[in-house]
Structures are given as structure tokens and as C-alpha cells.
Design a protein around this ligand. Structure first.
Ligand code: PMP
Ligand code: GLU
Length: 385
């Protein structure tokens, strides 16, 4: 059997650790184990009936063909309307695109702007795919870390070189659940305008906010910032539609146009049925997400109370639906997650996945009874030492 050499680009990447652990959990479940799955960041709520109906009607009405590569005009209009009403951002349909999830949007964006050797600043703890997408695009991820996981413009400025092309920010953040303040975003805005750096602002958790935290869109922080920003979002989280695979972005027309050219060769249009469902989601009510936020807030308090009682250090979660806690010096984070899964049947994600060993991410996207049991088992793990 011949064995062909693989490209340097694919050899440089690791598989998505979130999906790797998920595959392990699914295998254990298939073999009959009851696993408390706090690994994947996926809402455990069902998609709303109006959205499901829109998808069904699309099939019945034979809306089953390719659409425009950038997205159906009515979906692009709905995305523009969403950016205007929710984020105070005025984009025209030429300045927006839809893709197969925010993940593919991020790939298109970074692949479009990154020249081989360009540097992309990624702030740790980072969401798993930012560095790997950068490497696939031929770029070099430059990882910036701070002690408290917040980022002043000064901390970021130190990482800027002549090769810096872009910076990825994510607020509310996965995995820390930190929400950037208006002041922090404004400071970053001044910095990127001074050094002419593109900001890829991943705002997929914008609706998941707690304790009065407020979300601000980076591009709306100053009138000229729209020229420096690609605003990334999607329906996966807000509308519990992870399987539909619809993400979208707003940005300068000349970048969006090339992202569409790239998409025309990667996936053509995205699924026509999902697009019909996304139109309904974006223009329909917000009852589901409001309900999710109320429930997640209860779970968040439950997890934080238990960690506090155990004396475990954690980052105060202000948004998203994760709690990021510290297991070192008592445990190695990889080992902690392996043993917890093997002996206690609780799946978490080690900080290594997010460029931050010593910490662990917990996704509280399971019902409260299961969450209580999982927290009890995590407590046993700590007590066992
Ligand atoms: N960005 C962040 C920060 C995420 O956590 C995720 C996880 N789904 C995504 C982007 C991608 O979302 P999707 O592709 O489902 O739209
Ligand atoms: N964003 C989710 C997570 O961080 C889903 C997994 C993924 O997209 O990698 O768990």
C-alpha cells in the first residue's frame, strides 16, 4: 500500500479536543455507561418549534437547491437587521456572509486575510480552534497570556510585531466566561487603529450574560472601527441550533467578497434548509434564549457554590455557560480529566485544550440533577486527592 506524504498544513494541526473527548464519551455511552457530560459547549435545550417548522416547510416546498454562495438574500437581510438592532452596527448585504457555523466563518476570515508567515494574536485561554485555523491558513498564532485572564491594551501591545495581521477576541469568552468591559474594548480599539491590525471579534455568546454584565460589540466602540473588524456570530448557541450549522459575519465588503469566493470553492452555498430556519430564528422571538439564560444562571450558581465550598479557585463566570477552575498544584489537569472520566464518569475538558494547563473547563449544559451529581463526584475526586 502506498503511503502519501500529507501536507505540512494538516500535519501542523491537532484535532479539535472538544470533539475528541465527545467521541470518547459517546463510545462509553454506547457501551452502557452513564456519563455526566460536561465537556461540549452545546445547549441542552431543543430548537424552538417555529424554527423547526420553518425547516420542515422548506423541505415540503422544495427549497432544496443551492442558494447564492454568500447566503440567501433574505437571510443576509435578516443578519443586517440583527446587527443593527442588537449591536448598533449598520452593515449592508454586501458586508455580510453566512457559512457553515461560526467555525467556518472564522476559517474563511483568517484564510482570507492571512499571508504565509503573518502573525495572528490569540489570547489564552483561547477557544480550541483559533490557533489551528491560523496554522491552516499558513499564519503563526502568537499566544498572549496574563495572570488574571483579562487583557489590557498594554499586554497586547507587547505582542505586536511588523508581521501582526490580526487579533482574535472572544467576549463573552470560551472557556473563562469573562465579559470584556466597554473600557477594555475601547482601549483595544485605539491600539488596533494605531497599528492597523484587523480584529476578528467572536461574539457567539453575546446573549449569555449574568450578574448585570453587558455585551458590547467591538466594531461599535468607535465610528471607524467597522473598517478594522470582522464581527463573527451564529445561531448555534442563541437559538440552540448547533446541528443546523449556520454562522455569519459582518465586515469590510472587500474582505467579505473574498471570503465568499473562498466559500464558493469550499462548500458552495450552505444548506438551504438551515438558511430558511436561520431566517425564522433571527427574525422570531427571544423566548428560548431568555429561558436558557435563566436556567443557566441557576446552574452557574450551583457550580460556583460547590467549587467555593470545596475551596477550589475559579474565574467568576460573567457570561457564556462555562466555569473555568484551577486544579493545580494538587493535580495535573490532563490527568485530572482522565481519572474523572474513567473512575467517576464525569467528562470535563482540560486547560491544555485552551492553552492553559493546570485549569479545567466545565460546561454546565446538562440538567440540574445531573449537574448536582457531577459536582458531587468532582468533590469526591478532590477529596480523594
Ligand atoms: N466560537 C466559539 C467561541 C465557540 O465556542 C464555538 C463553539 N461552537 C464557535 C465559535 C463555533 O460555533 P458554530 O460553528 O457552531 O457556529
Ligand atoms: N464550541 C463548543 C465547545 O467549545 C463546541 C465544540 C467546538 O465547536 O469545538 O465545546
Amino acid at each position: 500500500m502506498p503511503k502519501f506524504a500529507l501536507s505540512g498544513a494538516v500535519r501542523s494541526i491537532e484535532p479539535s479536543p472538544t470533539f475528541e473527548i465527545e467521541a470518547k464519551v459517546k463510545e462509553m455511552q454506547k457501551n452502557g455507561a452513564k456519563v455526566f457530560n460536561l465537556n461540549l459547549g452545546e445547549p441542552d435545550f431543543f430548537t424552538s418549534d417555529n424554527v423547526k417548522s420553518a425547516a420542515l416547510i422548506a423541505i415540503v416546498e422544495n427549497k432544496t437547491r443551492y442558494t447564492q454562495v454568500k447566503g440567501m438574500p433574505k437571510l443576509l437581510e435578516a443578519v443586517c437587521e440583527k446587527f443593527k438592532s442588537d449591536n448598533g452596527l449598520v452593515y449592508t448585504p454586501k458586508e455580510v456572509i453566512v457559512s457553515n457555523g461560526a467555525k467556518q466563518i472564522l476559517y474563511l476570515a483568517i484564510r482570507t486575510v492571512c499571508e504565509v508567515g503573518d502573525e495572528v494574536i490569540v489570547l489564552a485561554p483561547y477557544w480550541v480552534s483559533y490557533p489551528e485555523i491560523t496554522k491552516l491558513a499558513g499564519g503563526k498564532p502568537v499566544i498572549v497570556k496574563t495572570d488574571d485572564f483579562r487583557f489590557s491594551a498594554e499586554a497586547i501591545r507587547k505582542a505586536i510585531t511588523r508581521k501582526t495581521k490580526a487579533i482574535v477576541i472572544n467576549s463573552p469568552n470560551n472557556p473563562t466566561s469573562i465579559v470584556w468591559t466597554k473600557d477594555e474594548l475601547e482601549e483595544l480599539g485605539k491600539l488596533v487603529m494605531k497599528y492597523r491590525i484587523l480584529v476578528i471579534s467572536d461574539e457567539i455568546y453575546e446573549r449569555f450574560l449574568f450578574d448585570g454584565a453587558k455585551h458590547f460589540s467591538f466594531a461599535a466602540m468607535a465610528p471607524k472601527l467597522k473598517n478594522y473588524t470582522i464581527t463573527v456570530n451564529g445561531v448555534s448557541k442563541t437559538y440552540a441550533m448547533t446541528g443546523f450549522r449556520v454562522g455569519y459575519a459582518g465586515g469590510p465588503a472587500y474582505i467579505i467578497e473574498k471570503m465568499a469566493d473562498l466559500q464558493s470553492h469550499v462548500s458552495s452555498s450552505i444548506c438551504s434548509i438551515s438558511q430558511e430556519a436561520a431566517v425564522e430564528a433571527l427574525s422570531g422571538g427571544k423566548e428560548l434564549v431568555n429561558k436558557m439564560v435563566r436556567e443557566f444562571d441557576e446552574r452557574r450558581k450551583l457550580v460556583c457554590d460547590d467549587l467555593r465550598n470545596l475551596g477550589v479557585e475559579f474565574i467568576k463566570p460573567e457570561g457564556a455557560y462555562y466555569v473555568f477552575f484551577k486544579v493545580e498544584p494538587h493535580f495535573d489537569s490532563m490527568h485530572f480529566c482522565e481519572i474523572l472520566l474513567q473512575d467517576f464518569k464525569v467528562a470535563l475538558n482540560p486547560g491544555e485544550s485552551f492553552g492553559t494547563p493546570g485549569w479545567v473547563r466545565l460546561s454546565y449544559t446538562v440538567n440540574r440533577d445531573d449537574l448536582k451529581e457531577a459536582m458531587y463526584r468532582i468533590g469526591m475526586m478532590f477529596r480523594r486527592g
